[in-house]
Design a binder for this molecule. Structure first.
Ligand code: NAD
Length: 464
């Protein structure tokens, strides 16, 4: 078995966020069970790395095929566990298949160099690290996991995956599919568990050679500090406070109609959410006039309805945190411009909300909300837009709307962010690199070079 079932010493009731019913009780793994999984991964990795590259590629293609034939099942599971709308969840499962397929080509393309030297021959090799621990958050449980495990496996490593406490079900199913598709026993193990138990053990265990952590900046700092004790390799994908910058010379209809999706998709629980819309002052009123009907039309409701664009928030605790941004003293520094609608009754619902902050230090402008709340802020000119956009320690994503190509080039170079799009809200393509500036992260995932982040470069000189 590649899927460890914990011993029952600790368990968690998983709640469907759309109706608050218990869907399953999941056993949580202990430190001892994590250690056992590491030992099995160490053993499995040796054989995996020794396989012919073409055989590793074939095994990953078979894993991708198994995901492909379970897209609907995985999507249904994500709807119930995470509250994602069914159309989005189906896309996510398909994305996992595509990421696996893309990196299935990598084992045969980890090409080293032959470097000219005197007295012999010099060659570089890309050696796998060994065992990699991947820790993921609850907002995109399947896709973010695949961004780590697919290139890590392709590069010849074994993988331990720790899903977030509340959303482990699709990760567990992916672990089963890996095994059913023929991946070696112990090579890819999914370990549901607590962050401060299983996650911390990835950080402290000497046989885990790299940790890939996606989550909050606060926990990311702790993971990085823990890894430093062993000079352990670490990739961090952390929080965001991204800006959507709209110039007067842009297609305002396009900018306004696409703005709700850029922040309310996945109920705003998206590290790339454009939670600050910066609008050139002269077109602010017109932009708000166009934005209001677009927000009203954003359909919030039953995640199983194909027409739904936004489901509930993931948990009651998270809904309360998002609500805290609109309560009491917080509203002294912001006005509510308008809100969309959301169901009432059971479920962790929250209506899409548009705010007009009255102070540049308003909490809604400085903290990641991770919910369907967006602030609209006017700016005076290009320099002012750059100043406001960069006035945060985050730097993950962002958009620039302008019909002036030269301005688009200037702005895209000036905004301090790892992923920008001009006249669109595109954030993630598995064929292109993804990651953050400043406190939004360290290192890059995805794109053609991702497997290299799971290798060490070895240089060998052969005397002639
Ligand atoms: P979180 O930091 O609370 O938890 C993330 C993961 O870390 C979970 O699996 C959790 O169990 C684990 N964890 C908790 N404490 C740990 C510890 N001491 N040691 C090791 N692991 C530990 O984050 P969250 O609330 O699950 O997710 C939301 C955050 O994730 C947001 O800040 C969001 O921006 C960020 N995020 C970033 C990206 C990105 O690619 N940059 C993508 C998605 C989400």
């Amino acid at each position: 078995m590649s899927l460890l079932i914990a011993d029952g010493s600790a368990s968690l009731d998983l709640i469907n966020p759309a109706d608050e019913t218990v869907i399953r009780t999941i056993e949580l793994n202990s430190i001892e069970q994590t250690d056992e999984a590491v030992a099995r991964a160490v053993a499995a990795q040796r054989g995996w790395a020794a396989l012919a590259p073409a055989d590793r590629a074939l095994a990953l293609r078979r894993f991708a095929a198994a995901v492909d034939s379970h897209v609907d099942e995985l999507a249904q599971l994500e709807v119930r566990n995470s509250g994602h709308p069914i159309g989005q969840a189906r896309w996510e499962a398909g994305h996992v298949r595509d990421v696996l397929t893309y990196y299935a080509a990598s084992p045969e393309r980890l090409i080293g160099q032959q470097i000219p030297v005197a007295g012999g021959m010099d060659v570089t090799f890309h050696e796998p690290l060994g065992v990699v621990g991947i820790i993921v958050p609850w907002n995109f449980p399947m896709t973010i996991a695949a961004w780590g495990f697919a290139p890590a496996l392709a590069a010849g490593n074994a993988v331990l995956l720790k899903p977030a406490e509340w959303t482990p079900l699709t990760a567990v199913r992916l672990g089963e599919l890996a095994l059913e598709s023929g991946l070696p026993d112990g090579l890819f193990t999914v370990l549901p568990g607590r962050g401060d138990v299983v996650g911390e053990r990835f950080v402290t265990h000497p046989d885990v050679r790299k940790v890939v952590f996606t989550g909050s900046t606060a926990v990311g700092k702790r993971v990085m500090a823990g890894c430093a004790a062993q000079v352990k390799r670490v990739t961090l994908e952390l929080g965001g406070k991204s800006a959507n910058i709209v110039f007067a010379d842009s297609d305002l209809e396009l900018a306004a109609s696409s703005a709700p999706g850029a922040v309310f998709d996945n109920a705003g629980q998206d590290c790339c959410a454009r939670s600050r819309i910066l609008v050139e002052r002269g077109v602010l009123d017109r932009f708000l006039e166009l934005l209001e009907p677009a927000v009203a039309a954003f359909s919030v409701g039953d995640p199983l309805d194909e027409a739904t664009q936004m489901g509930p928030l993931v948990s009651a605790a998270h809904r309360d945190r998002v609500a805290s941004f609109l309560e009491g003293g917080e509203l002294a520094e912001s006005e509510i411009a308008f809100r969309g609608s959301a169901p009432t009754g059971a479920g962790f619902w929250f209506a899409p909300t548009v705010l007009l902050p009255t102070s540049p230090t308003a909490r809604v402008l400085t903290e990641e909300i991770f919910g369907p709340v967006v602030s609209v802020v006017p700016f005076d000119d290009e320099a002012d837009a750059i100043r406001i956009a960069n006035s945060t320690e985050h730097g993950l994503s962002g958009s620039i709307f302008t019909n002036d190509m030269r301005r688009g080039i200037r702005m895209s170079r000036a905004v301090q962010s790892g992923n920008l799009s001009v006249n669109s809200h595109s954030s993630v393509r598995y064929t292109t690199p993804f990651g953050g500036f400043k406190q939004s992260g360290l290192g890059r995932e995805l794109g053609p070079d991702a497997p290299l982040a799971f290798t060490e470069t070895k240089n060998v000189f052969f005397a002639s």
